[in-house]
Design a protein around this ligand. Sequence first.
Ligand SMILES: NC(=O)c1ccc[n+]([C@@H]2O[C@H](COP(=O)([O-])OP(=O)(O)OC[C@H]3O[C@@H](n4cnc5c(N)ncnc54)[C@H](O)[C@@H]3O)[C@@H](O)[C@H]2O)c1
Length: 724
Amino acid sequence: MSTQMNGEKGPLGFEVTPDGVAVLTYDLPGETMNTLRPEFTAAFEKAFAEVEQNPDIRAAVLASGKKDFIVGADINMLSSLKSEDDARAMLEKGHDMLLRLAASKKPVVAAVAGQALGGGWEVSLACHGRVASEDAVFSFPEVQLGLLPGANGLQRLADIAGLQVALDHGLTGKKMRAKKAKKIGVVDDVVARPILLETAVAHALKLSKGKGARKAKEKLQARLTKIALEENAIGRKVLFSQARKAFRKKTHGHYPAPEAIVDVLEKHAEEGMAASCKLERELFGRLLHTDVSANLRSIFFATTALKKDPGVDGDVEPRKVEKIAMLGAGLMGAGITYVSIDKGYQVRLKDRDAEGIGRGLKYVHDIVDGRVKKRHIGKGDRIEILSRMSSTTDYSGMANVQLVIEAVFEDLGLKHRILKEVEDNFGEDVIFASNTSSIPIGRIAEAAKRPENVVGMHYFSPVHKMPLLEVIRTEKTRDEVVATAVAVGKRQGKTVIVVNDGVGFYTSRILGPYMNEAAYILTEGAAVEFIDDAMVSWGWPVGPMALIDEVGIDVAAHVGPVMLEAFGERLTPPPTITRLVDDGRKGRKNERGFYRYGSRKKKKKGKEVDETVYAALGLDVPDPKAPPAVSRDEIRERCNLQFINEALHCWGDGILRSARDGDIGAIFGLGFPPFRGGPFRYLDAVGADEVLAKLETYQGRFGARFTPAPALVEHVKRGGRFHG
Ligand SMILES: NC(=O)c1ccc[n+]([C@@H]2O[C@H](COP(=O)([O-])OP(=O)(O)OC[C@H]3O[C@@H](n4cnc5c(N)ncnc54)[C@H](O)[C@@H]3O)[C@@H](O)[C@H]2O)c1
């Protein structure tokens, strides 16, 4: 395409094709990604004025000079907006610009390659046409930051694809891929990247000649997909009330952004664009200055920082890893195998026998096939991903492996044997990583000839869904080995924190006292579902009793004495709790726990408590009409105090590298309510002195269990906050 330079240097390139199509290429200098910033608005306004005024220009294309289109607003910039009014004023400027763009007589087409997130998607929606590359992905991630899309994107998406699509994407932040976008009329064409720009230019030219707009038949088809509900006021009322009901059930009223998103769409449906834009600005300003959004944005910043963090201090090069040996093809081994082959690693999967291998392979195949079914990947990708996995029941085919990860049974003797086998069968440089959930890595490394190569890589179940990897280093683990484990975890798509070794590391350790406290509350006569509901409505994804069922009552009973031995009296379990194990209860895995499962579950909706659990504990079944044995507030306070106090113990014991890691580990590994920002941020918000006072009160009632962590006492004395 021959072009003529017409503009000046800046974030927005400006070239005009001989046919009179201006190509505006956004390419933010010095950045790998295009974010929406005031300099874009300024440059775009100038370029757009030129497009409108210059009689030789018939149309325009907005493209990106980066791998991705535009990945949303610059969150740092958002955080620097001091007042609600500042935020509204900034939005108003953007709204004016997009309204002008949308009303322009000269068509503008967005050429979208890669990701168009948040404001990026919104800008493209204000254009008169959109052409996408095959790998284009659209989404509104604002809700995850406690915000709403602030550039009329919700309304425009609703106009194009219907209210339900806009609600769905606004409320969940889920992705829309190019193919789907084409199907529902959100983009006009999908092409391979190399011809994206020329297709967009041709499309813009066509539109300028009054051709190429989506045909009436296609529009009709798109309308038909909007179900009748949207077409009348009563139907829409039902739709909005259903949407509110659905998310409130999940958010328990803790997240204001989904409310705002539905409000804006409702306003748009009933009163039109101008009224909804006004409301959008109003609500955006308010949301931006909530603690919820500040906490959610802090998680975004922390994960961004962790992506760049090598996990060790100083300049340490990780070793190159291309081939991994995975020992143990159980639940965890198979999960780790999947996240590895999915990201390009070769994995040799070993189990004791063909049966173990068969189970592991099936697990991996099922995940990959599920992705094909959902059309996230094609059949060719499936073959390619699976071709990177091979299996064995011995150590054959592992000669050039750089990293061994073990996920065999949780048995120290077995782990020692495996470690010795690895040291005998592999080169001196091979890294041995253990996925143990409770055995200190130092204990495993006691059997090693080369303990400097031993590290913990603690994944969470199910591995392909849980975002955290906790890397554990001992005093002997070499920096280079830690950095390698971190680099592998990142490539597997994980958010990685590095912690120092100790019983329970960080995540399992802070969960221990929390679950222990719930068990005490149970033995004091509180109902299982009452305890769980108290915690879930505070923001936890599941309650502690349901969690014990998931983890396994036998596993919890096994870990309990280990924690008790390591940390002493404060970890003493309630004496009657071992009766559950004696009663043959292991939780979900043997369908005997606090709740009913499988055939024992009656055909009721939701979870159903197995009331025989009370008799097993020597308790009466709680009377639902009687006042609760322990109040809802006390349940929350006691369990959460245990969790936070143990996080402070970890801090004092030097387990954590930073409060940031403590927050991310709790949120991503254990489900601590994200909108509360993590235990350290929560402590800052409530006030360390307040937490200390509460612990002391409970210490008076219950004794050593609530002894404040020395690090907390010191922190209160010193004053200050964990986060600035
Ligand atoms: N399940 C979890 O939620 C979870 C979470 C984090 C860590 N972990 C840890 O991961 C490890 C594995 O847990 P899992 O839940 O996958 O257990 P699992 O019982 O599902 O799998 C263990 C596998 O190891 C295999 N195995 C045993 N001895 C072996 C040997 N000598 N060589 C090769 N394979 C052998 C078994 O056949 C089995 O397939 C444990 O250390 C556990 O503590 C588990």
